[in-house]
Ligand binder design. Structure first.
Ligand code: PEP
Ligand code: MN
Length: 334
């Protein structure tokens, strides 16, 4: 880390600052010229409070040289992380398609959808048992029964299951869940992230509606720091000033994250747009920019879906999209 001091710093204040930093175990190396003093800090700077340093009278600016997310950073891990679930490999190659309803509604519904998305080429099944809803009067999922039905659909189709954990108290019920989803609203639930860091199970971490990429990567770092290296990032649309679509899909985030991190990056065009007819073009665009996968809402009766019917594809629409995804993939990897 480099502290850039204002011209002619007060010698007493400079001495006190140097002492403070040395007491923290850092090596302080003064540098610069007559007009500008720099303090080059080496050692473990991760715990330093940059904002507090910036507020000091003698400090003009602080430049961080070390990564704020060393474990997620591609510089510390140049190869792509690949997460294996049986024969399904997420990251570093063939994109994986997670498909299924927003919410599990009945055994018939989830098993029928699971069969049709599998036939179309999906490799994982999604479905919410615990649903975060904006309105307290909306359907909030079948809870433990929803998890049981997902496990049944997994038994019938062999598809690994992805479902959202809304609260740590639900974790004992997630034994049969293959990928635990942390929803956008919980991206900043650091107590939950820390607990998930103690597991050895893949975590699908969705970007909060207002999170910068650095904040998303710091949330991933909370999980990685606990020793769980299986984190999948998900761009699912962020909130901007425009309201034609439910959110604004930030596809540049996929390419930027690819540079910043080795973790797999998938895209959710369903929650990003909120409109079923916009899902195929955005799914294709995400495939074209190299996403490691997609998570797409599919419902056998969108008109009567209990949650997010407006953005759900029918199994037929999903089948057509899957063919186009394959075609785009061939072009991109040619
Ligand atoms: C979901 O995938 O079901 C969901 C609620 O997504 P998000 O957390 O991105 O809103
Ligand atoms: Mn949904």
């Amino acid at each position: 880390m480099i502290l850039i001091l204002k011209p002619n710093p007060d010698p007493q204040a400079l001495k006190a600052l140097t002492q403070h930093l040395t007491d923290l175990g850092l090596t302080v190396q003064p540098s610069g010229d007559r007009d500008r003093t720099l303090l080059v800090l080496s050692g473990d700077c991760a715990r330093l409070d940059i904002d507090r340093l910036r507020c000091l009278d003698l400090v003009e600016d602080v430049k961080r040289v070390q990564s704020p997310f060393p474990l997620a950073d591609r510089r510390s891990h140049p190869e792509d992380t690949v997460i294996s679930l049986g024969s399904v490999r997420i990251g570093g190659g063939e994109p994986q398609i997670i498909a299924g309803p927003c919410a599990v509604e009945s055994e018939e519904q989830i098993c029928e959808i699971a069969r049709s998305v599998k036939a179309a080429g999906a490799t994982l099944l999604r479905g919410g048992a615990f649903k975060p809803r904006t309105s307290p009067y909306s359907f909030s999922g079948l809870g433990p029964e929803g998890l049981r039905l997902l496990a049944e659909a997994k038994r019938q189709t062999g598809l690994p299951i992805v479902t959202e954990l809304m609260d740590l108290s639900q974790l004992p019920l997630f034994e049969e869940v293959d990928v635990i989803q942390v929803g956008a609203r919980n991206m900043r639930n650091y107590v939950m992230l820390k607990a998930l860091g103690a597991l050895r199970k893949p975590i699908l971490l969705k970007r909060d509606l207002s999170a910068t990429l650095e904040e998303l990567l710091l949330s991933a770092e909370h999980i990685l720091a606990g020793g769980n290296s299986q984190v999948i990032l998900c761009e699912r649309g962020i909130r901007t000033f425009d309201d034609y679509t439910r959110n604004t899909l930030d596809l540049a985030a996929v390419s930027m994250l690819r540079e910043l991190t080795h973790l797999p990056i998938i895209v959710d065009p369903s929650h990003a747009t909120g409109i079923a007819r916009l899902v195929p073009p955005m799914a294709l665009a995400a495939t074209a920019c190299g996403a490691d996968g997609l998570i797409i809402e599919v419902h056998n009766d969108p008109m009567n879906a209990l949650c997010d019917g407006a953005q759900s594809l029918t199994p037929e629409q999903f089948g057509t999209l899957m063919k186009k995804i394959r075609a785009i993939r061939e072009v991109v990897t040619a």
